[in-house]
Design a protein around this ligand. Structure first.
Ligand code: MG
Length: 368
């Protein structure tokens, strides 16, 4: 079997809540997602998706996905898509870096491998644990009162883990954490994600002011050294690293430095399911808990997250994300649907999704 064509479809994903806001005034109201279709000489087709969190979260942006696929695609024609090792080797040889460009291609090849072997991707990634996985709900940055006011509705949807978007002013972030914490029940989990938005002195003030609150602190500052400094000198809160950990080298370094208690592994930040799987399994061996997700996405991304999360030992899965419930557009049938704050990976071969071609329209890019 070999790849005969790679096509990219651009889809706008608006949000049910109108906009998603996080540190430093960053905000997105319509996400620019790219679905990738890989066709083969045997007529089997695979699908992947990547959706950057706007152009100012990670070094990634929507148009960059398409430009990257235009560049990389010709190097992949003729390869066997079910051989993920040689495929990733070729991608890395043909294009330095740009993990987010490679991610939907790798994801589509896992979908193809599943279809060819008759196996759900969750089984190919190690096999499912239990019935389903629990999800967290991100609470977009607003006033402390507005954020606290969202908790009851999300709890009614079954969520028990809440990730506050902080990284605003010190005073307001302190009030955000206290206001939301006051709404929680005993077994709920609270995470304050500053998304690199604090300087070290600001992080120091926030963590001191919430010293009595049971809250996780996620990626307080820009840069690994700054986060490590906050961790070592200012707080004993449980600590999550995200933006600073984008590969196995940083994962090993952070582990050796005792720099984190939980790590956030995003599929496209690592470059696809193949590399996210390496990171997941390394963390499992090291005993490091994980949030497994992506930057953003719709139905296809959510299906891939479900496959990765559901094949992770439950005690090491801190949480995962159902992005398809945040957006108003469904791009595929068969994607996991949140049920009482939880979701399950598909039992159908591959990712178990069937794209809605009426939603996708014509490809914006075809390499053949
Ligand atoms: Mg984060």
């Amino acid at each position: 079997m070999h790849i005969t064509r790679i096509s990219a479809y651009q889809v706008d994903l608006p949000l049910h809540e109108g906009s998603y806001n996080w540190s430093g005034g960053k905000s997105v109201s319509v996400f620019d997602s790219t679905l990738v279709r890989i066709d083969t000489d045997e007529g089997v087709t695979g699908w992947g998706e990547v959706c950057p969190l706007g152009p100012f979260y990670l070094p990634a942006y929507g148009q960059g996905v398409r430009a990257g696929i235009q560049e990389l695609g010709p190097h992949l024609l003729g390869l066997d898509p079910t051989r993920l090792g040689p495929l990733n080797h070729r991608m890395d040889a043909a294009l330095k870096g740009h993990p987010y460009v490679k991610s939907p291609i790798d994801m589509a090849c896992w979908d193809l491998l599943g279809k060819v072997t008759g196996q759900p991707v969750v089984e190919l990634l190690g096999g499912r644990f239990g019935d389903d996985v629990h999800l967290y709900r991100a609470i977009s940055q607003e006033s402390p009162e507005a954020m606290a006011g969202k908790v009851a509705g999300y709890r009614a949807e079954g969520y028990r883990r809440f990730q506050l978007k902080v990284g605003g002013t010190v005073e307001e972030d302190i009030r955000r954490i206290h206001a939301v914490a006051a709404e929680l029940e005993e077994s709920d989990i609270l995470i304050a994600d500053a998304n690199t938005g604090w300087l070290r002195h600001e992080a120091a003030r926030v963590v001191r002011a919430v010293a009595d609150v049971d809250v996780y602190i996620e990626q307080p500052c820009e840069g690994y050294e700054a986060c490590l400094s906050v961790r070592r000198h200012h707080t004993d809160h449980p600590f999550v690293l995200d933006e600073s950990v984008d590969g196995l080298d940083m994962l090993l370094r952070a582990h050796a430095d005792h720099a984190m208690d939980v790590v956030n592994i995003k599929i496209s930040k690592f470059g696809g399911l193949t590399k996210a799987l390496q990171a997941r399994d390394l963390c499992a061996s090291l005993g490091t808990a994980m949030t497994l997700e992506d930057s953003w996405g719709g139905d296809v991304t959510t299906a891939a997250i479900a496959a990765l999360a559901h094949s992770t030992p439950p005690e090491l899965l801190f949480t995962a994300t159902d992005f398809n419930s945040y957006v108003t557009v469904s791009t595929a049938e068969g994607a996991p649907q949140r049920e009482n704050g939880r979701m399950a990976a598909s039992t159908a071969p591959g990712l178990g999704i069937e794209p809605r071609m009426d939603v996708l329209g014509d490809p914006v890019l075809v390499v053949e």
